[in-house]
Design a binder for this molecule. Structure first.
Ligand code: PLP
Length: 425
């Protein structure tokens, strides 16, 4: 077998291992799309919570795979298949390291956070939830951590219960103990709210759920791009995220599951790769994690996600966190000084996201005018309609930050908002 270092072309290793002293010009140079001119203005990309842009080493990782060592994995004895398998397995190890999981076998490659939640609902949930049981979620969830549980509850005659939230966007954790009842079969909760940026104290919540023997799934889609994640310290049973929000490609993500839970779970989909043997009478399923990866997976996506994780590591996640912290404070102060602008979600701990509204101006109009200023933000319900309903809104404008954003980007946002106000004056 070749070593992973031999499999991954040397240039790619060098690209990804380059140490920036967090020099923005250098970091921004790594993202070719950021050089773009939009409506005659330099692009200011502030829609990172929807999806992040890709550094060149991620784009290159896919190109090199297809040009140099692409084949199907796990089934071939030929050179290319072995090289490709090794790179795919190395990517799994990178995800393990990023989440600090105990074993690579606890990492299942999926399409993204949505598929990971559906996998847990469809496999763990289907086999453990029955009539009159309860699934607990929070008022801050993205639709992808609501609808799969609703579907499961409908199928089984179970009940969905919800941890309420305050106007600030923080959860009412005093309600948690009363909601964790003898029929609660699972608690599924976000780590960071995509609509408001609230950071949820998942470690404390897991401890309280475990004290009642309730397993916990944490949706890390908005946490992985911005925070150090340690699934063993959090103590959760499942953790899910999407690669595309963490500078990797779309169509790839990961489910972390504690090994003993994964091993006890029935397969989610049937097909090739998830079996050890098949006869018409009986199929013996493969070991974890392969049991949950039926069919040919997103090989290129997994390998390029590995490159994205390498890239972030090369910049230093601690430096990224400090930088984004500064950006959030700067943006909060700057936006707070705009007359008639109200920040929606004022939790004490927030990362990545600032939602806001302007009196009498629809968020879609804000988004459209900002686009003409070259500033890309998102407006709408952010796939979190219950959050909007709770706050008496139908939509907000949302600016969300990534490792390449600067204080100048925030200034451009504020300048654009002044334009919006002028247009509607
Ligand atoms: N969970 C949260 C908190 C999200 O923000 C998102 C996407 O915005 C998802 C889950 C779903 O992610 P994906 O569409 O990549 O599966």
């Amino acid at each position: 077998m070749t070593t992973p270092a031999a499999v991954i072309p040397p240039q790619r290793v060098k690209d990804c291992a380059r140490k920036h002293a967090y020099d923005f010009e250098a970091v921004r140079q790594d993202f070719p799309i950021l050089r773009q001119i939009v409506h005659g203005r330099p692009l200011v990309y502030l829609d990172n919570a929807a999806t992040a842009q890709k550094p060149r080493c991620v784009i290159e990782a896919e190109r090199r795979l297809y040009e140099e060592y692409y084949a199907n994995i796990h089934r071939g004895v030929h050179d290319l298949s072995m090289k490709c398998t090794e790179a795919y397995d190395a990517a799994r190890e990178k995800v393990r390291r990023r989440l600090n999981a105990a074993q690579a076998e606890e990492i299942v490659f999926v399409r993204g956070a949505t598929e990971a939640v559906n996998l847990v609902a469809g496999s763990y949930g289907r086999s453990r939830v029955g009539q009159d049981d309860e699934i607990l979620i929070s008022a801050l969830e993205h639709h992808s951590n609501i609808v799969p549980w609703q579907m499961l509850c409908e199928e089984k005659g179970a009940r969905l219960r919800v941890i309420p939230m305050f106007e600030t966007g923080e959860l009412d954790l005093d309600a948690l103990d009363a909601l964790l009842g003898p029929r609660t079969r699972l608690l599924a909760i976000t780590h960071v709210s995509n609509a408001l940026g609230t950071v949820i104290p998942v470690r404390e919540i897991v401890a309280r759920a475990h004290a009642r023997n309730v397993p916990v799934l944490v949706d890390g889609a908005q946490a992985v791009p911005h925070a150090m994640i340690d699934v063993r310290d959090i103590g959760c049973d499942f953790y899910v995220f999407s690669g595309h929000k963490a500078y990797g490609p779309s169509g790839i993500g990961a489910l972390y599951g504690r090994r003993e839970l994964l091993e006890a779970m029935p397969p989610y989909q049937g097909g090739g790769n998830m079996i050890l043997s098949v006869t018409f009478e009986k199929t013996i399923y493969n070991e974890v994690p392969y049991r949950f990866e039926a069919g040919t997976p997103n090989i290129a996506g997994a390998i390029a996600l590995g490159a994205a994780l390498d890239y972030v590591e090369s910049l230093g996640l601690d430096r990224i966190i400090r930088h984004e912290d500064d950006l959030m404070s700067y943006a909060t102060d700057s936006l707070s000084s705009v007359p008639d602008l109200r920040i929606v979600g004022t939790a004490r701990e927030k990362i990545g996201v600032i939602s806001f509204v302007l009196e009498d101006i629809h968020p879609h109009d804000i988004g459209t005018i900002l686009d003409h200023e070259g500033v890309a933000i998102r407006s709408g319900h952010h796939c979190a309609q219950p959050v909007m309903q709770r706050l008496g809104l139908t939509a907000t404008a949302r600016a969300s930050f990534g490792l390449y954003n600067t204080r100048e980007d925030v200034d451009a946002l504020v300048g654009g908002i002044q334009k919006v106000i002028e247009v509607f004056a």
